[in-house]
Unconditional design. Sequence first.
Length: 279
Amino acid sequence: MAIKIVIDSTADMPSALVQEYGITVVPLNVHFGTEVFRDSIEISADEFYKRLASSPKLPTTSQPTVGDFLEVYQELSNTTDEIVSIHVSDKLSGTLNSANQAKGQYTGNARIEVVDSEHVSMGLGMVAIAASKAAQGGATIEDVVKEAKQTISKVQFVGLVDTLEYLEKGGRIGKAQALVGSILRLKPLLTVKNGEVHPLEKIRTRSKGIDRLCDIVKEHAPLESLAVVYTTTPDDAAQLADRLRPLVPSGDIPISQVGPVVGTHAGPGVLGISLTQKI
């Protein structure tokens, strides 16, 4: 039986890729006051950003429960006896802890391996895709886990953010805390390193920030894969993908809208790239 890959909704993986690779997505939750929505299931990204703009109070997020993971693992046990569950960095969310607890409580016959991607958004997505390709190619579960872990160090995620307000208020700002109060009208470029948000550079304007994203991609060539991510500016994302297409041998650059959970902490106006280096 084929190995099944499980991820969580912070991967922001486009549905076409989820279907192509047969991946199962466990949703996190977004809370607006007493209302709770399952990420990208009960509230779409576009609906979320409209509500974020008008909400007097910032939403909060919560990880899937142990029961959520147990339900998924038990369901998948009907069609597989091996599961690799790959999740958002444990420094950014308690999701990995829920997955590990579920693995400990699981009483079925499937073997479950839980992996910390040390990434978020399409950084996590790139790790999951690498694992899925290995699984589809007939690799053993040990080799699928190995491929996932080796891909972690090859993935680079860089985001141009309009404001640090959402990261700071959501408690996910990490090492980028050093930029708070010093950036004035500058646009920060942030990256994820060792599972945590880190400041990369400060850019004067959005257009220069987009140019810098292009330069960063060029600096990491040759590439195995590349994706563009955005929160509220699809036209910018499409134009960035067009600029970067010559750098990808296949010309295939998925464009991913950041979902409600990651969007709670990133805010509107974010534009970024996730790449996997060919090493």
